[in-house]
Design a protein around this ligand. Structure first.
Ligand code: SDX
Length: 443
């Protein structure tokens, strides 16, 4: 089937662009596709067959990898919408379970749909009991992201009845299982690092509340989750749920394009998210603030961040797409203040240091010219630490929340009749063909 007709079912080529190869004077017309929002795209799927030419864009700064209806970001305006709804509205008026439904199914649920969705997710929160032995194979001081990668990948060894990606029912069951079990796995990774017993999920608690219960409860006494912290956790999950074709989502899509099972694809996404340039930045922000230590050392670190010969970057600042304030960072800062205003939360001296660092950076020419603003990671770490999480759990929480985005994008790709296995090409700059030299003839 001609990809032109199926993949672009909702994007119709209206105009064309002409590419002229001056080295051969060859000209080729390429369709210009128009989405609902955002830049037009040049459809280059036939470029190689028509011209024998590749394109080259190693960081995908100007390259669209897919058609999607899930999330749109306007980096210049600092806009983020999920299925058309602005992130600010969802963070203010919605909750994470409703956002999960929206991302998966494309519409906000009715009261009945939401109740059934939450019930179904709740019924999947427990882990196969034998998986608890897998945790014991790790060292106690293993980074929880290493445990997440291993355990999530291992889910495909336990849930064989939801690995057939051609079966819509199995795709749905796998999606629900992943959304439901990530909090349980994350909490188990945390408890394992403490040497404390695992706490089972409770069916009478809401998603974020249940997660905090599994993290902070111990078997020896009653534990009640603070409603302020539960609401903050839920909003933090909303802010991290999905974000177009970022590195980890693209990893999930690429892994899924080969037909790999959803558990393996999500494990690949977790691995990609772990990097400090991506989801690992929230942990890196905290480590950076602790290293800076006091306001009088801020200028030293701003200077280092601007020095091209110094690999140090201001963690939590800058973004491939946002050249304006990350709308999630603005909400995150609000949530941070709400958490720190809660009497049950200990004081967080790093907040003042972070706000002073932000103020100085935003007034600095270098950051202004390069349009470097705080991103979602800048305030999330401070908030999570104030909530009682160790730094090593920050990216785990990001992965927990982003699982719904990964699986919604994976589902969209699988259901796209034009999708093919992802197989980028390259520009080769190595040796041309040369004869083999036997060992005894080498210098
Ligand atoms: C996330 O893609 C997503 O959507 C990701 C994410 C999501 O929700 O999935 O939003 C989550 O990953 C947020 C980003 C978290 N990472 C950090 O906070 C790490 C610090 N930020 C940088 O590493 C950087 O800003 C990136 C990786 C986020 C973006 O890098 P780009 O797009 O490749 O930009 P770049 O490196 O080309 O930077 C452009 C210029 C460079 O200077 P020049 O070479 O042009 O002279 O800006 C400079 C960079 O040196 N620069 C910084 C900087 N970020 C960019 N200089 C100092 N401090 C920084 N933080």
């Amino acid at each position: 089937m001609d990809p032109q007709s199926s993949a672009a079912a909702t994007v119709v080529p209206r105009e064309t662009v002409t590419l002229i190869d001056n080295s051969t004077d060859k000209r080729v017309e390429l369709p210009l596709l128009d989405g609902t929002l955002g830049p037009k795209v040049i459809d280059i799927r036939k470029l190689y067959s028509l011209t024998g030419l590749f394109t080259y864009d190693p960081g995908y700064t100007s390259t669209g990898s897919c058609e999607s209806k899930i999330t749109f970001i306007d980096g210049d305006e600092g806009i983020l919408i999920h299925r058309g709804y602005p992130i600010e509205d969802l963070a203010e008026h919605s909750d994470f379970m409703e956002v999960c439904y929206l991302l998966l199914y494309g519409e906000l649920p009715t009261a009945e749909q939401k109740e059934k969705f939450e019930h179904d997710i709740t019924m999947h929160t427990m882990l196969h009991e034998q998986l608890t032995y897998l945790f014991r194979g790790f060292r106690r001081d293993a980074h929880p992201m290493a445990i997440m990668c291993g355990v999530v990948g291992a889910l495909s060894a336990f849930y064989h009845d939801s690995t057939d990606i051609t079966d819509p029912h199995q795709r749905m069951v796998a999606s629900y299982r992943l959304i439901a079990k990530m909090p349980t796995i994350a909490a188990m990774a945390y408890k394992f690092s403490l040497g404390q017993p695992f706490i089972y999920p409770r069916n009478d608690l809401k998603y974020a509340e249940n997660f905090l219960y599994m993290i902070f409860a111990v078997p020896c006494e009653e534990y009640t989750v603070s409603p302020v912290l539960a609401r903050a956790m839920d909003r933090i999950f909303i802010l991290h749920a999905d974000h177009e074709q970022n590195a980890s989502t693209s990893t999930v899509r690429l892994a899924g394009s080969s037909g790999a099972n959803p558990f393996a694809c999500i494990a690949a996404g977790i691995a990609s998210l772990w990097g400090p340039a991506h989801g690992g930045a929230n942990e890196a922000v905290l480590n950076m603030l602790q290293e800076i230590g006091s306001k009088d050392r801020i200028s030293e670190y701003i200077k280092r961040a601007k020095d091209r010969d110094d690999p140090f970057r201001l963690m939590g600042f800058g973004h491939r797409v946002y050249k304006n304030y990350d709308p999630r960072a603005a909400v995150m800062q609000k949530v941070c203040h709400e958490v720190l205003d809660d009497p049950s939360v200990r004081d967080e001296p790093l907040l003042e240091l972070a706000m002073e660092l932000e103020r100085i950076a935003l007034e600095d020419d270098y950051f202004i010219k390069k349009k470097l603003y705080p991103n979602v990671d800048f305030y999330s770490g401070i908030t999570l630490r104030a909530m009682g999480f160790p730094t090593s759990m920050f990216t785990v929480l990001f992965a927990l929340a982003r699982t719904v985005g990964w699986i919604a994008q994976w589902k969209e790709m699988i259901e796209d009749s034009s999708q093919k296995i992802g197989r980028p090409r390259q520009i080769y700059t190595g040796y041309a063909k040369r004869p083999y030299v036997p060992l005894h003839q080498r210098g």
